[in-house]
Write a protein that binds this ligand. Structure first.
Ligand SMILES: Cc1ncc(COP(=O)(O)O)c(C=O)c1O
Length: 480
């Protein structure tokens, strides 16, 4: 298999105007993120930089317009393909908040019209805050996934949320989750989640999958029957998540097909069922070699659904996706300075950053995940192959990941050199934790939230980083 393209791959300078992907471009030796010159924050005089002040590295960039762009694009793909095929259902874009639950992210997805998917009891509090701010109006669906056995805080909190919102849809993972909602006195549209993960040729294989999520066939039929029998509940949604970052569209749809068959069989018996929710899995560009035809995927998904529903003589469902990684990967970047270059008789020179790869992007060492890494300045100079080392004492604090075959070239002139890790906006911050104390007690970086107003003018919000006192007091030291 070809290795992931994670940056510039040659010694020659990057040509002016070169576009690395849809939002990163070289201009006059500097990297622009959707037109924003990133090196300016560190290198330009305060008067000539967009913020009117210089910044220390490292720095996190949160660029909200890219979230809106992702949502608008997917809405448009579904609208175009549905119109073209005469598909008789609608599309629901739900944001899977587990990918990044930061306030600015949630306010942006909701502001862009997304429905909301959640997985734990604190998520319910986030939904409440958004309802209070008018960002989660009654017509938006709130999909409650995650484990919620009867008696759990989460289950009870969901039941109470229904008092504030008309469209709360609990999705049952297990039969033991049902009683909370039957006994709640509130009317609920309900979802049921099938047990499925990865490639399953048929429903029997799905039943045998080694997965803790969702219900097997027997329990799905029981859940549907119990929901139907409860006077306050109505079966509305069928949930069939099969994986994450699935880049093979034929495989993606093939994995979903047994679920579509089951949806259709359930729909024959329960006419209230109207949404097929394929969950997460929608891939997004995290490296520069990404190639996925979203239109072709949606066309195949809907055509397969039409074929299945025709065969079972039931109407096609509305389609929902819960887009986590797809929504947020590209909006997040993390910028570092190269503070040292060590040869150390190693195969490649070590470019040492003023932060940690390991604690900033846990998927790199845990899953050998790849992200885009590019210099912010000196793109018009010569490059050389390097490896990046974090400033912790950990041998896993490196990039590319240890088992990777990908090459990484950075400018040979390392004086005052800054680099960025891009497409890191999904899951990394939530897995590494926000605030708190990190590996080798490195403080958290300053965060710059960037948005554009309707005229395209930049707006900034600065979230200060941690200082030594924050880290120490978090660890229990009393400082006078
Ligand atoms: C139930 C559910 N929905 C949606 C998602 C989001 O998946 P992705 O990030 O692939 O879009 C997840 C991820 O774990 C999930 O568990």
């Amino acid at each position: 298999m070809a290795s992931a393209v994670i940056g510039w791959e040659q010694e020659s300078p990057v040509p002016d105007g070169h576009k690395f992907n849809s939002y990163l471009e070289a201009r006059k030796g500097r990297l622009q993120m959707d037109g924003l010159d990133l090196a300016q924050f560190f290198l330009d005089e305060a008067e000539s930089n967009a913020l009117g002040q210089n910044f220390p590295s490292p720095m996190e960039i949160v660029y909200l317009p890219l979230i809106r762009r992702q949502i608008a694009f997917m809405e448009q793909v579904f609208a175009e393909v549905m119109a073209d095929m005469g598909y008789a259902g609608r599309f629901y874009y739900a944001y899977a908040s587990k990918a990044n639950a930061a306030e600015e992210v949630i306010r942006t997805t909701l502001g862009a019209g997304a429905h909301h998917e959640m997985s734990s009891t604190v998520d319910v509090e986030i939904a409440r805050l958004m309802i209070d701010r008018g960002l989660l109006p009654a017509e938006r669906l709130i999909i409650c996934n995650g484990f919620k056995p009867a008696g759990s805080h989460y289950a009870e909190n969901i039941a109470r949320l229904r008092e504030q919102h008309a469209n709360v849809i609990p999705v049952l993972e297990d039969l033991n989750e049902l009683s909370t909602f039957v006994e709640s006195r509130h009317s609920f549209d309900m979802g049921i989640r099938q047990k499925s993960y990865g490639a399953h040729a048929d429903l029997t294989e799905m039943d045998e999958a080694n997965s803790r999520f969702g219900m097997d066939l027997k329990d799905i039929w029981k859940a549907a029957e119990y929901i139907d029998a409860a006077p306050n509940l109505s079966l509305k949604l069928y949930h069939a998540m099969v994986g994450s970052q699935i880049v093979d569209r034929e495989a993606f749809v093939a994995w979903l097909k047994p679920a579509m068959e089951l949806y259709a069989r359930l729909r024959q018996r329960y006419p209230s069922l109207s949404i097929f929710d394929f969950g997460g899995g929608m891939p997004v560009a995290m490296t520069l070699d990404f190639d996925f035809d979203y239109h072709a995927f949606v066309r195949l998904l809907l055509a397969t659904m039409q074929e299945v529903c025709n065969r079972y003589r039931v109407p096609v469902p509305d389609i929902m996706g819960e887009f986590g990684r797809y929504t947020t990967a590209e909006h997040g970047a993390h910028l570092f300075k190269i503070v040292d270059v060590k040869e150390n008789n190693s195969d490649l020179p070590w470019y040492i950053i003023d932060g940690s790869v390991m604690s900033s992007f846990p998927d790199i060492w845990a899953l050998s995940e790849h992200f885009v890494v590019l210099p912010l300045n000196k793109l018009d100079g010569r490059f050389r192959p390097v490896q990046i080392g974090g400033i912790t004492c950990d041998s896993d604090d490196v990039y590319p990941p240890k088992k990777s075959a990908s090459v990484l070239f950075l400018p040979a002139d390392s004086d005052d050199l800054y680099v960025g890790f891009f497409s890191v906006g999904a899951y990394q911050e939530m897995l590494g934790g926000v605030r708190g104390s990190k590996h080798c007690v490195l403080p958290e970086a300053v965060e710059l939230i960037v948005d554009r107003d309707e005229a395209g003018e930049l707006k900034f919000e600065i979230i200060p980083g941690q200082n030594a006192r924050d880290v120490l007091s978090n660890l229990g030291y009393r400082i006078t």
